[in-house]
Design a protein around this ligand. Sequence first.
Ligand code: EPZ
Length: 428
Amino acid sequence: MEKFVIHGGKPLHGTVQISGAKNAAVALVAATILCDEPCVLENVPEISDITKCMKILREMGAEVRLLDKNTIYFDTKGIEKPEVPYELARTMRASCYFLGTLLGRFHEAFVPMPGGCDLGDRPIDQHLKAFKALGASDEIVNGANHVTADELVGNQIYFDFVTVGATMNAIFAAVKAKGLTIIENAAKEPHIVDLANFLNSMGADIRGAGTDVIKIRGVDYLKGVTYATIPDQIEAGTYMVAAAATKGDVVIANVIPKHLESITAKLRKVGVNVEESDESVHVWVDGPLMKTSIKTMPHPGFPTDMQPQFSTLLTLAEGTSIVTDDIFDNRFRYVAELRRMGADISVDGKVAVIQGVGKLKGAPVVATDLRAGAAMVIAGLAAEGTTEIDNIFYIERGYEKIDEKLRGLGADIQRVYKPDANEMELSG
Ligand code: EPZ
């Protein structure tokens, strides 16, 4: 079992290059199913969720070739059956995007119920609501969603609440439907806009992405293109917080500062310096960290995907901070791990009360999901002493070469192989 071992207490310094956005790339890769010609995606992050999406496409009959570690060639005309392999799909939330893209192309999709980070119940009722509005029907067969439609006809879709995944899937299903689809109460994340730009470059007709009303006129044909994924706003935010937590001085390069506005505002609120340039942000600390309150919101609000990382920073701030995250049922599972390092946090439902402590102390901890794992890395970098992080496969789902990038900033972080308990028994 691989672990990260971090000797903390060293301020980060230097420049880090941000990779392509995971939550954009997984949608763009799924969208290649809708393309009638071969296409190329650039600036794709080298992460395990993308590797899984590539495997799913290959198993369905598509040709998928790495042109280099971040550039991928797709020719999906070889896909004949709109059916996603069970074992691969159930481990990843983004597998639900194959529902929308296979339905959009074949008018049928057979996709295992999605998996992904355990953040509580993550139903897909709004996804199915969108499909039904366009004329599809759904049934559960052997633990999979089977969605079919004689034809897909444009309609109005009004989401009961803002949902990124369902907005993505509504776009997938509508882009080749007959006539006009209007999506209301749509998610406005940068990765929604990136998907619309990708599909429009192929000849789709999608207007209003990035606002809460998206209008889509169905088209018959989508031509092949080469398209570059946007930079990852959450990876960038993670390094910004790591720089702050270690009282470092870091330039985070290859970013779109506008996508980071809510993170930048909160960092400045707690006393961190953030200077924006065209394609980078400079983060440094020259004073104490101060308390604040955070409530996660859909974009452009403070992102839930930055909550564990920022809460970790607040364990080092002076005073009492309040963090409310009601986007998911339970996104505080990492708090028990932070307590092992001396953090003083109490959680009541979707609210965490954080009493700042002078310092954190290294300890053996585990990553409980992707962003919780990133929070453990930040805690280890800031802590005195040694921190061992287990279950780093969660972290590898969404952060390209995080240990290499951190060593480039002066961190003492190593990836080591340590047989876990049952492996020890077997070897014993
Ligand atoms: C996407 O998940 C991201 N994943 C998540 O990032 C991110 O936290 C989330 O959006 C919010 O920004 C990908 O893009 C692959 P939602 P998604 O639909 O689409 C509930 C990360 O760390 N809901 O906006 O699943 C849902 O349970 C990951 O990169 C329904 O009840 O998020 C959640 O409580 C973690 N029914 C809330 O809405 C539905 O049909 C928001 O979910 C759909 C969602």
